[in-house]
Design a protein around this ligand. Structure first.
Ligand code: SF4
Length: 377
């Protein structure tokens, strides 16, 4: 049975026409699903009864099965099962005044970041459009408050699943879909060059927020930490990012996971500042203190070391934020998820994965510096 949430409005209009229904019925169906959060065709009462029966035979609304959720004060982790029995996770982050959903785009990941346990399992497959959309839909169904922000920072490299992620973004930001602001959708990538070039010419994706994992200011070290970067020249990546078309007042986030004695020295901070060079208005840096995992040989730097790194970047005029993320309590962390014996073997992209107990994103940012209020980071 096909999942209807894999269709854009245009595609669904064509599809229902082929089924012998008026094309405007597609608008009605999607209004029921995305605006009224109704997932049973039988309850779509402005459709003729024979249409409802027909739709029920052909389509399902939800493509994932919600297996369980684990709630903590700052986050909720949802465990879903796909139709082919893979498990994926989605994390709802409760920020001070809004909700952010961290969605997965792949089952596993092929990038192979050394500090990330998702890499240990390799890539199983891309998620389909409906499986990405359904993470949002099903989590929203459990809540009274609207989810305002979406970040593609869950399992997987979203740009390696370009077409499905693109279509899911279209459904998220379209007035006939979830109608989220483009400014509130963020795609986080390890920096795949070819898809990034495609993205900068893409009228839809170039409008959303872009975050890129840098993790090292030198090619050699970056290759060591992020093996896929062997094919991805750091200088070339920075060139693409410098030329990336940005909407007014928008900046690209450079993510940097700080790992003790690997990439956390003052000289690394200076080298990172040099890499950014004169483009200080184009980039901001998120420093993400590594969250230790018993299965991986890395440690988090001391707070003094983290602050020193930040001070160096600030001294060069680079907006830099330390992001202690939320979610450790529910094992919403990179590495934690994979090794969370009770849930599943998977985990999340580093940004929401390097999570620190008891320190909230908002508290951290506002107590240190004035955070960008329009940003989800
Ligand atoms: S950090 Fe992100 S890109 Fe790197 S292996 Fe993990 S999921 Fe993939």
């Amino acid at each position: 049975m096909e999942s209807i949430t894999g269709y854009t409005l245009r595609e669904l209009r064509d599809k229902v026409s082929q089924l012998g229904m008026e094309s405007y019925r597609a608008n009605q169906i999607l209004r029921w699903i995305y605006k009224k959060k109704v997932t049973d065709f039988e309850l779509m009462t402005d459709l003729p009864r024979n249409y409802r029966l027909h739709l029920r035979e052909i389509f399902s609304v939800c493509s994932l099965k919600l297996i369980k959720s684990v709630e903590a004060p700052s986050a909720v982790k949802y465990l879903f099962k796909t139709k082919d029995d893979h498990l994926i996770e989605t994390v709802l982050i409760k920020e001070r005044d809004h909700l952010t959903l961290c969605v997965s785009s792949q089952i596993g990941c092929a990038v192979g970041c050394k500090f990330c346990a998702t890499a240990l399992d390799g890539l199983k497959r891309n998620l389909k459009t409906e499986e990405i959309v359904d993470q949002f839909l099903q989590v929203q169904l459990t809540l009274k408050e609207h989810i305002r922000n979406v970040v593609f920072m869950g399992m997987g490299e979203p740009l390696a699943n370009y077409d499905n992620v693109r279509k899911a973004v279209e459904i998220m930001i379209s007035p006939w879909g979830f109608d989220l602001s483009k400014r509130r959708v963020t795609l986080s990538t390890s920096g795949l060059l070819k898809p990034l070039c495609k993205m900068r010419r893409d009228p839809l994706l170039k409008e959303i927020n872009l975050a890129v994992s840098i993790n090292a200011p030198f090619q050699e070290l970056r290759e060591e930490i992020m093996p896929l970067s062997e094919k991805n020249d750091l200088e070339e990546l920075m060139k693409i990012l410098r030329e990336f078309p940005l909407p007014k007042y928008r900046r690209i986030t450079l993510e940097y996971v700080l790992i003790k004695d690997l990439n956390d020295s003052p000289s690394m901070a200076k080298a990172l500042a040099d890499l950014i060079g004169k483009s200080v208005k184009r980039f901001k840096v998120n420093l993400i203190p590594y969250n230790p995992d018993p299965f991986l040989p890395y440690e988090r730097p001391s707070l003094d070391r983290i602050m020193e790194f930040q001070r160096i970047l600030w001294s060069k005029g680079i907006s830099t934020f330390v992001r202690f993320s939320k979610g450790v309590e529910v094992f919403g962390a990179c590495g934690q998820l994979r090794h969370n014996r009770n849930m599943l073997k998977s985990h999340f992209h580093e940004s929401y994965s390097q999570m620190a107990n008891g320190v909230s994103i908002d508290n951290c940012c506002s107590s240190l510096y004035k955070s960008n209020p329009g940003s989800s980071f």
